[in-house]
Design a protein around this ligand. Structure first.
Ligand SMILES: Nc1ncnc2c1ncn2[C@@H]1O[C@H](COP(=O)(O)OP(=O)(O)OP(=O)(O)O)[C@@H](O)[C@H]1O
Ligand SMILES: [Mg+2]
Length: 234
């Protein structure tokens, strides 16, 4: 069985700035993988390369076994890959419900509908007709997750979904991410909060200077947490 996402020896640039150096990683169906690393190592650039927003100079991106060396943003969505972007990117002049419906634009049918998202996040139903950007940070993150689910993806890339959120919200999101993964959706969780990583991920990949430099199994224990933290310590 081929991986849902397989990145092979990527060298990616912003203009003349060489950011990803022979980066390889893969995520299989149903897997929960964490991508960790300090600020600026290139985690978001991995997402941007898959979306065709950074320039791929060599290497290839395989989406469900099909190799691409030129990516366009819509390709990921068509292959069942959804993104929860860093900073959430809620559309300011759309309501909560309109932001959710936007997530279904790719037209993939499945379990996730507006009704199912409201079961997962009841607060979004209460605020359905409020402008998306009028929500609190935690609620906006729920909206960004809900919008990604509306594409009925097989894999979700979550780019620092708990950045700046209160611990109580992080706890709620940990439960939700596990619920979503239990439904069979694979996760690539980009995170700096290792206490979340040990609760959600089965396997980790650690990045440094644009490459994956370590990987292993995630253990939900004090030792497992220390192991992960050693990869992100300054
Ligand atoms: N649009 C851009 N143009 C040029 N350089 C950029 C651009 N975006 C990011 N960079 C640079 O690329 C490098 C990797 O950035 P990236 O955003 O991928 O890191 P990150 O690991 O996601 O960091 P963080 O944890 O802070 O989100 C950094 O040195 C950053 O300054
Ligand atoms: Mg980033």
């Amino acid at each position: 069985m081929s991986a849902l996402l397989n990145l092979k020896n990527l060298n990616a640039f912003y203009g003349s700035a060489h950011i990803l150096h022979d980066l390889s990683l893969h995520v299989n169906a149903g897997e929960r993988v964490a991508l960790i690393g300090r600020n600026g190592v290139g985690k978001t650039t991995v997402v941007n390369t898959v979306l065709g927003l950074a320039s791929l100079q060599s290497g290839c991106v395989e989406l469900k076994g099909k190799a691409y060396s030129k990516l366009r943003t819509y390709m990921a969505a068509q292959h069942g890959l959804a993104v929860v972007p860093q900073g959430r990117c809620i559309v300011a002049n759309l309501s909560v419900e309109e932001n959710l419906v936007l997530g279904a634009a790719v037209g993939r049918k499945g379990h996730w509908t507006v009704r199912e998202i409201y079961k997962l996040f009841p607060i979004l139903e209460e605020r359905a007709h409020t402008p998306g950007t009028a929500l609190s940070g935690g609620q906006q993150q729920m909206l960004a997750v809900g919008r990604a689910l509306m594409a009925n993806p097989e894999l979700i890339l979550l780019d620092e979904p708990t950045e700046g959120l209160a611990p109580v919200i992080v706890d709620q999101l940990a439960v939700i991410f596990n619920q979503v993964a239990d439904q069979g959706t694979a996760l690539l969780l980009i995170e700096q909060n290792m206490s979340l990583v040990v609760r959600v991920a089965q396997r980790y990949l650690a990045m440094s200077k644009g490459s994956v430099v370590a990987e292993g199994v995630v253990h939900n224990s004090k030792e497992g947490l220390h192991d992960l933290e050693s990869h992100v310590m300054v």
